[in-house]
Design a protein around this ligand. Structure first.
Ligand SMILES: NC(=O)c1ccc[n+]([C@@H]2O[C@H](COP(=O)([O-])OP(=O)(O)OC[C@H]3O[C@@H](n4cnc5c(N)ncnc54)[C@H](OP(=O)(O)O)[C@@H]3O)[C@@H](O)[C@H]2O)c1
Length: 331
């Protein structure tokens, strides 16, 4: 029998364990052209929250009673597909299941000798590509500029800060605990870091950390944190909207200061993106990230939780800041 996790209810507010259901299913017999996959690492990501809503987006919503899906590293344990051999490892968007059968479409082989397997869900996967291509293509960084990153200790933010340092920028991060703030500065080279949960006046804290203003704001969280950063943008600044995790569980639209006037007077640009916008640049992006990782210019950071049954809780914990770097479940 094969354990699978289904979406049982559409979460209202912060997701709860009761929104998910564990079930057992029998695996069908493998057919010609198919592979049998054993799940090894599961990525849990904030964007999955959006797929749990029954609304139109850039990816279709999960259906109730169907398995949740995310980035997964799997081992091929049986193959009737000429393109894949037993013992190889692949990454793909797969079901939250211990085992599953695939026809091979959408699976990419990964080399366990070139990097740790989990890296292909983090710095050498969508996380790293989002950080690198989003920051480079829309942030248009120049050496000496001041970059502010929200969600700085999370998966994407952690990599953005490190890349900004490689590119010669001054980097300020916002994160939600003193331990994370310390780690941003001591392990990941951030010049300044602010605990947005304990700062009495966040706008002033950003101003103190960026006395000349903010050239690039790479935003992962939105909400109050962004209000404080946007009050400090500079002429010709670039605001890169990668995500807005602070808003994902809202049941009502959040009210916020109007930013249009600030964008006008600063001739600033605000751009959202979905990483698939840059699909053509993925091979080059992976090559660059692999080089930086090998050269030790980027430090891999991940929080690894153990066990298949922990997947839903690991996902929920993203909204409580329990992770530093990429949140991954090891099966
Ligand atoms: N545009 C794209 O293609 C793309 C691709 C990947 C990810 N994203 C987005 O990028 C963002 C980061 O994704 P990720 O995978 O790197 O996840 P992540 O940053 O590791 O997400 C979890 C972190 O978010 C922070 N957080 C949670 N609730 C918050 C709140 N209410 N206010 C402020 N911070 C909060 C927590 O850190 P603290 O301890 O600091 O609160 C937590 O550790 C997400 O918004 C995600 O949706 C976008």
């Amino acid at each position: 029998m094969n354990k699978v996790i289904l979406l049982d209810k559409r979460p209202v507010g912060i997701p709860a364990l009761t929104d998910f259901k564990f079930t057992n299913e029998e695996l069908p017999v493998l057919k010609v052209g198919e592979v049998l996959l054993k799940t090894v690492y599961v990525s849990v990501d904030p964007y999955l929250r959006g797929r749990m809503k029954d609304t139109k987006s850039y990816v279709p919503p999960f259906q109730l009673g169907q398995p949740v899906q995310s980035g997964i590293i799997a081992e091929i344990i049986d193959s009737l597909n000429d393109n894949f051999k037993k013992g190889e490892y692949v990454v793909g968007s797969l079901k939250w299941a211990e085992y599953q059968i695939s026809n091979g479409k959408g699976l990419t082989k990964v080399d366990p000798d070139a990097a740790s397997l989990s890296a292909y869900l983090g710095v050498l996967g969508m996380t790293g590509l989002t950080a690198y291509l989003g920051f480079r293509n829309l942030g248009l960084p120049k050496a000496g500029e001041t970059v502010v990153v929200s969600g700085a200790a999370g998966a994407v933010g952690n990599v953005v800060g490190q890349i900004a340092k490689i590119m010669g920028c001054r980097v300020v991060g916002l994160a939600g605990s003193d331990e994370k703030i310390e780690s941003l500065k001591s392990r990941f080279g951030y010049d300044e870091a602010i605990n947005y949960k304990t700062s009495a006046n966040l706008e002033d804290a950003v101003k103190n950390a960026c006395p000349d203003g903010v050239d690039i704001y790479f935003d992962n969280v939105g909400g109050n944190v962004s209000d404080a950063v946007l009050a400090n943008i500079k002429y010709k600044s670039r605001i890169v909207i990668c995500g807005a995790i602070s808003l994902y569980n809202d049941t009502e639209p959040a009210m916020a200061p109007r930013v249009e006037g600030r964008l006008v007077v600063n001739s600033a640009t605000m751009s959202g993106f979905i990483i698939s916008d840059f699909a053509e640049q993925f091979p080059e992006g992976i090559q660059q990230l692999t080089t930086w990782l090998k050269e030790g210019k980027i430090t891999q950071c991940e929080t690894v939780v153990d066990g298949f049954d922990s997947i839903p809780q690991a996902f929920i914990d993203l909204f409580d800041g329990k992770n530093e770097g990429k949140m991954i479940v090891k099966i």
